[in-house]
Design a protein around this ligand. Sequence first.
Ligand SMILES: NC(=O)c1ccc[n+]([C@@H]2O[C@H](COP(=O)([O-])OP(=O)(O)OC[C@H]3O[C@@H](n4cnc5c(N)ncnc54)[C@H](OP(=O)(O)O)[C@@H]3O)[C@@H](O)[C@H]2O)c1
Length: 249
Amino acid sequence: MSHLLILGGTTEANALSTAVAEKGITATYSYAGRVDNPRPQPLPVRVGGFGGAEGLVRYIRDHGISHVVDATHPFAAQMSHNAFRACSEAGVSLAALTRAAWAEQEGDQWQRVASIDAAVAALNGAAKRVFLAVGRMHLEDFATQPQHHYLLRLVDEPNELPLPNCEVVVSRGPFSLDDDLALMKRHGTELVVSKNAGGTGARAKLDAARALGVPVLMIDRPALPQRTELSSVAQVLDWLSHSGVNLGV
Ligand SMILES: NC(=O)c1ccc[n+]([C@@H]2O[C@H](COP(=O)([O-])OP(=O)(O)OC[C@H]3O[C@@H](n4cnc5c(N)ncnc54)[C@H](OP(=O)(O)O)[C@@H]3O)[C@@H](O)[C@H]2O)c1
């Protein structure tokens, strides 16, 4: 009997969840528990960390997990490293559902940096109006550059912010080009700081930056373990069926 664990929290994981439910595959969807109201899923959901790679090994054994699809965000590197270690230790099949990184296009003005720390260092300088599109988890890192006026777009209303001079927009993607053009014009954005997440849900800000002639500080992806990488839901279903999962309908 197979049991698939989807490590989620992304648009891709949600699409996989829908397809897996439609196929009648026994599966569980896992959220880290970072947002107040995670999207409902058509599969049983569990929420919260497993307790490191060791905790994930225990979870896999206790719940009879046979396959894991790591469909987390490309910057969720800790989870991906844990999943890699835990799956090899527990002897279960692992694949990652990944999305291609964004590439610079004609008209873009990107400065690429290797990490969040490097992005913080690159912000050293005169005050600017900065659209800081890095999510809630890393805002504290930018507290050492308090001179800028920051525009933050967050999934939930924050309790406390480490940046003295900022405006918060509470909104959940996907975002449209028209919305991001309007947002950046209203804010008077002079610089966008973005993780190279890839995918379609969050790329409108890059298209808006190009259209407005605004430069982008682009943070490269962290290194991830070498895994079976699949780039579509169809490929994941194929991988599951070739590794012994009965796809039913
Ligand atoms: N990082 C981003 O920019 C970003 C953007 C959009 C969505 N997300 C989503 O937000 C979640 C957290 O991202 P992160 O960057 O904070 O991860 P992370 O730094 O790689 O993970 C930190 C810890 O959070 C727990 N965790 C992460 N993802 C989990 C999941 N899907 N299910 C159960 N536990 C999980 C694990 O705790 P234990 O060690 O206790 O197991 C993990 O060690 C992920 O599901 C990711 O897909 C992240």
